[in-house]
Write a protein that binds this ligand. Structure first.
Ligand code: ZN
Length: 249
């Protein structure tokens, strides 16, 4: 009788105990998820705060890590920059980006997503030709020389100021606005940082980068930095300032 009673007692308490344990577990998971979310936001906020002045690069000093080389309208390609070219899809990219690009393509292929390099390394001379051609076309269309040049420079970087000079920048697939609505773009949004690539020019950062949204242009910064930039929500201009302010330059 006594034994039976105890058994009955266990019948009731065991499920209750299990429910309490599960609830406690769920609560602790929720608390830690909230903590994680808050920490992520705090990291983003403090990073954003630290780089409010990014945008001024008139006398920018490059960081020691070549993967973080900054080239933009105010900042020219460093004079001693060297590219070790590797051929991909009839285009050249720098050796530093080559292996991770290949790894990214292999991973994407497993998801039935395909990339090709439409434009990789470009020398300063090639950039001069591209710009001259665009200016000539604008003049042909009736623009005055000054206007033709100004118009061309809206979409083409000044020679010496294109990120493509580094060999670490890639234009992928169609190089068109439509790329944004492809499966390939969605895949990159989710996975490119895992392979060290970031979408270099995003709409929300155009005031800082000086370049409109380019869904097709990816920049290799290495896996660590790509994940950090994503975690902190920083574009390259902001990220290099952020590292310098932390004394990590
Ligand atoms: Zn590009």
């Amino acid at each position: 009788m006594r034994k039976e009673k105890r058994k009955k007692h266990n019948h009731l308490t065991e499920p209750i105990a299990a429910v309490i344990i599960i609830l406690a577990l769920l609560l602790s998971m929720a608390v830690s998820a909230l903590g994680y979310w808050e920490a992520q936001h705090a990291a983003k906020d403090s990073a954003q705060h630290a780089v409010e002045t990014a945008g001024q690069f008139e006398s920018y000093r490059q960081l020691s890590d070549p993967l973080l080389v900054l080239v933009n309208a105010q900042t020219p390609l460093p004079e001693d920059w060297e590219v070790t070219p590797r051929m991909v899809d009839d285009e050249l990219i720098d050796l530093r980006a080559y292996e991770d690009y290949a790894a990214m393509c292999a991973a994407a292929a497993k998801d039935d997503v395909w990339f090709w390099v439409a434009s990789g390394y470009r020398s300063v001379e090639e950039q001069e030709e591209v710009l001259a051609k665009a200016i000539a076309e604008n003049q042909k269309a009736g623009m005055a020389p000054d206007k033709a040049r100004e118009e061309a420079l809206r979409t083409i970087a000044e020679p010496g100021h294109s990120e493509h000079h580094t060999g670490l920048a890639l234009d992928l697939n169609d190089v068109s606005r439509e790329f944004e609505s492809t499966k390939a773009y969605a895949w990159l949004q989710k996975h490119s940082a895992e392979y060290g690539f970031v979408q270099r020019y995003k709409a929300e950062k155009s005031a800082i980068t000086g370049i409109d949204n380019e869904s097709w242009h990816y920049r290799y910064v290495g896996r660590f930095h790509a994940k950090e930039m994503e975690r902190l929500g920083l574009c390259l201009e902001e990220y290099v300032v952020y590292l310098q302010k932390q004394g990590r330059g």
